[in-house]
Every structure is written in structure tokens, then in C-alpha cells.
Design a binder for this molecule. Structure first.
Ligand SMILES: [Ca+2]
Ligand SMILES: [Ca+2]
Ligand SMILES: [Ca+2]
Length: 326
């Protein structure tokens, strides 16, 4: 077996039973009356130890109590300050409320006085109106009666005027009917005149084609003079609406003859306009025309015997064609 240690040594390895056995041997070896190395506490030592523990506990208890008392005292001081603060706040709030109540009372009192004054004024005005109404009831009644009497006196005269107005209205109706009849008669006369004019045909020296008459001048004048000539003869410088009309004109022009057309760009260069200012899609310009040639340009159109057009200077003296539409 391994060795075991004694009371102050160490064991390498030892069973508990062996340990107990060793202890018993040592007790037997020890002389009687000698105290063993591991004796239990004596009662006196236990009591002394108990007293010490009690003293320590008392001291600890007292320390705790003192600490707690200090804490309670601090809390009490805090509560006291809070109560004083609350009382101070309450006093301040009460003072403020009193001030507000006082100011509101004064304001309300002022407003009530103003309202009372207004009510008094309204009451007086109502009283005045009522007094005036009472007075007017008698006076106005008399005035109305007077007016009714005047109207009753004027009634016969008004009836006469009314009858006259009715007669005037009837006369107007008759005049309107006569006017309508005259208009109808005028329309009939115009239609008969137009029919007679159509049967009569174009004036002497004018050529008829489609719904127009054409005058081919034998004189030669500037474009503006030619235009005025046509206007003075209830016509206008010729306006070519289509190829048929252009062909008709060309057939009446012999070689080497040219005639003014009612076409120019005098108002705006390049913007060719017929004398009635209406645009037409048909054009028959010669090749390279209109070219606005020359120093002064070319702003008035002529027609050749082949039906082609050219622009030349408007001051040139040329023959012209007037057109009069039915
Ligand atoms: Ca024409
Ligand atoms: Ca031109
Ligand atoms: Ca030209």
C-alpha cells in the first residue's frame, strides 16, 4: 500500500479507511490528559465566539440603520422642498388666475356696455321708424288717393291714346305688306330685264363666249389706263378662269398682237393677282416668264396669239381686252 501522511504531512495515496485507522492508532499512542491535535470547541470558546458574532451583527445593524436614517432624512428634505415649491406654484397660479379673471371681467364689462349702447341706438331707430310709419299711414294714404283720382281723370285720355296707337300699328302692318309686294314686283322686273339683256346678247363690238362678253381694243394704252377704260364700261380687264377661255382669247389674237390681261404684281413683287383679287389655279406663262426683267422690272401681264403670257412694264402702250360677265 502507499504511504499516508501524518497530521502535518501529505499522503501520496491513502484510502479513507486507512486514514481512519491511522488516527485511531495515534489516539492510542497519545498519553492520557493530553489534548488531541483536533479537539472540538469548548463551551466557553463557543459562547465567546457567539458574543463576538453578536457584537459584529449589532455593529453592522447599527451601521445599516444610520445609513437608512440618512437616506430617509434626505428624502424628507426633498419632499419638504417639493411641498414648498408646490405651494409656491399654487400661489403663483392662483394669483395669475385672479389677474386673468379680473381682466376678463373688465373686458366683458366693457363689451357689455358697448352692446348695451348699440341696442339702445337700434331701439331708438326702430322707435323712429315706427313713428314715421304711423305718420305716413295717414299722409301716404291721402297721397295715394290723390294719385288714384288723377289717374282716374286721365283714364279717358289714355284710352284715346291707346286707340291711336292701335291704329298706327295697323297702318304699319298695311305699309309693310305694300312694301313686300313692291319688293316682289321689283324682283320680277329685274328677272325680266335680265332675260331681255340675255336675249339682246353682247353690246356691239363685243365678242360673246360662255357667260361673258369681251372687248378687244384697237388702241394701245398703258395697263392702268386700260383697266380704267374697262371699269368705265361696266367691265374689267379680262380674267382668264380656264383653258377654254384662254383658247377663245388666243383665237381672236392675230400674230404679232399682244393684249393686256387683268393680271399684275404691282402691289407685291412676285405675288400675281387678278383685278378681282380672287386666286385661280389656271396659269399659262411662257417659258422663263414671269421674269421681272429690266431695270424697272415687269409687273403687268400680256397674252400672245399662242395663248402664252408674259410680264412686261406696265407703262408700255398695249391693246387690252375687257370682260363683262352676265
Ligand atoms: Ca373670265
Ligand atoms: Ca414683276
Ligand atoms: Ca417678262
Amino acid at each position: 500500500m502507499s504511504q499516508c501522511e501524518d497530521a502535518f504531512g501529505t499522503y501520496e495515496k491513502c484510502d479513507f479507511a486507512e486514514g481512519m485507522e491511522l488516527e485511531k492508532k495515534e489516539q492510542k499512542k497519545a498519553p492520557k490528559g493530553a489534548a488531541p491535535s483536533h479537539l472540538p470547541l469548548s463551551p466557553e470558546r463557543a459562547i465567546a465566539l457567539l458574543y463576538v458574532l453578536l457584537a459584529v451583527a449589532f455593529v453592522f445593524f447599527m451601521a445599516l440603520t444610520i445609513v437608512n436614517l440618512q437616506r430617509v432624512s434626505a428624502v424628507w428634505e426633498e419632499l419638504k422642498r417639493a411641498r414648498m415649491h408646490t405651494e409656491s406654484s399654487h400661489t403663483t397660479a392662483w394669483y395669475n388666475l385672479s389677474e386673468v379673471q379680473h381682466s376678463l371681467g373688465q373686458q366683458l364689462s366693457g363689451d357689455l356696455q358697448v352692446i348695451q349702447g348699440q341696442l339702445l341706438r337700434v331701439s331708438r331707430e326702430v322707435e323712429n321708424v315706427w313713428r314715421n310709419l304711423t305718420q305716413c299711414r295717414a299722409e301716404c294714404g291721402e297721397e295715394l288717393s290723390d294719385r288714384l283720382r288723377v289717374l282716374a281723370a286721365e283714364k279717358p285720355w289714355l284710352e284715346v291714346v291707346l286707340r291711336q296707337l292701335t291704329e298706327v300699328e295697323q297702318e304699319q302692318s298695311r305699309a309693310l305688306a305694300l312694301l313686300n309686294a313692291s319688293l316682289e314686283e321689283t324682283r320680277g322686273l329685274s328677272a325680266r330685264f335680265e332675260a331681255l339683256r340675255l336675249r339682246a346678247g353682247c353690246p356691239t363690238g363685243w365678242q360673246e363666249f360662255a357667260t361673258s362678253c369681251y372687248f378687244f381694243s384697237t388702241d394701245a394704252k398703258p395697263w392702268l389706263t386700260a383697266r380704267n377704260y374697262c371699269t368705265n364700261h361696266k367691265a374689267h380687264l379680262v380674267i382668264i378662269d380656264n383653258e377654254e377661255e384662254n383658247g377663245f382669247l388666243a383665237r381672236h389674237i392675230t400674230d404679232n398682237q399682244v393684249f393686256w390681261l387683268g393680271l399684275s404684281d404691282t402691289e407685291s413683287e412676285g405675288n400675281w393677282q387678278w383685278v378681282d383679287r380672287r386666286s385661280r389655279s389656271f396659269l399659262s406663262w411662257n417659258n422663263g416668264e414671269p421674269n421681272d426683267a429690266g431695270h424697272d422690272g415687269e409687273d403687268c401681264a400680256i397674252i400672245y396669239s399662242n395663248g402664252r403670257w408674259n410680264d412686261i412694264g406696265c407703262s408700255s402702250n398695249e391693246a387690252w381686252i375687257c370682260e363683262q360677265t352676265f
